[in-house]
Design a protein around this ligand. Structure first.
Ligand SMILES: Cc1cc2nc3c(=O)[nH]c(=O)nc-3n(C[C@H](O)[C@H](O)[C@H](O)COP(=O)(O)OP(=O)(O)OC[C@H]3O[C@@H](n4cnc5c(N)ncnc54)[C@H](O)[C@@H]3O)c2cc1C
Length: 167
């Protein structure tokens, strides 16, 4: 794996190596824009998630697989882009490396951190069990299970989910 990185994503003065952490909208846009340089895209998942359709997954109109696509399929047309699966746990800005969980390090000349955002409760984390977030597929699966079980209960079947904070 790391032999492939040093040969495909070789750094030199003319074409510095770019490491992009995160294959959401931001990371993929950067990868496509920079595709003439040696680019390494690292994500902790092997898929890109189309977040605007998470509500449809939450309300069981779509399956989670319908809104996820393999990152390698999306950027596979760009010969200079390689994709790695791994969770970044640290950045050494002096050595110019990112650390992947498990102890590996990937060198970069330029680093793009596009790791997205999480929901917040503005100091009221105790609200989370009552209003779970919707940032990733595991959030949604937890939400699905909760809503489906509420819908199956005679006392609570009138409850309906109301997504808010949506654009
Ligand atoms: C339910 C919902 C509905 C939305 N609807 C709309 C809409 O209608 N219109 C609109 O314009 N926007 C909408 N948005 C917002 C939009 O989806 C986000 O602004 C956008 O996805 C953010 O893109 P991003 O690349 O910054 O981050 P993300 O898409 O969150 O991507 C971050 C990536 O980084 C990876 N990552 C995170 N941490 C690490 C790590 N430590 N190591 C490795 N990889 C990591 C994640 O796996 C992920 O792939 C919606 C968002 C949600 C949640």
């Amino acid at each position: 794996m790391f032999g492939a990185i040093s040969s495909i994503a070789r750094s030199d003065a003319a074409s510095p190596r770019v490491v992009i952490v995160g294959a959401g909208f931001g990371g993929l846009w950067a990868a496509k824009t920079l595709a003439n340089a040696p680019v390494v895209v690292i994500d902790r998942e092997n898929y890109h998630l189309f977040q605007p359709l998470l509500y449809q997954v939450a309300t069981t109109g779509l399956s989670p697989a319908d809104i996820a696509a393999p990152i390698r399929d999306i950027v596979g047309v760009y010969r200079n882009v390689i994709v790695m699966l791994g969770e970044i746990v640290g950045v050494d800005v002096v050595a110019c490396t990112v650390s992947i969980m498990g102890g590996r390090h990937v060198p970069y000349d330029y680093l793009v951190l596009a790791t997205g955002a999480r929901h917040a409760y503005f100091g009221h984390d105790d609200w989370e069990p009552f209003a779970p977030g919707a940032s990733d597929r595991s959030d949604r699966r937890r939400g699905d299970a909760r809503r489906l079980s509420i819908g199956g209960s005679p006392d609570e079947s009138a409850l309906c989910p109301i997504p808010f904070g949506a654009s």
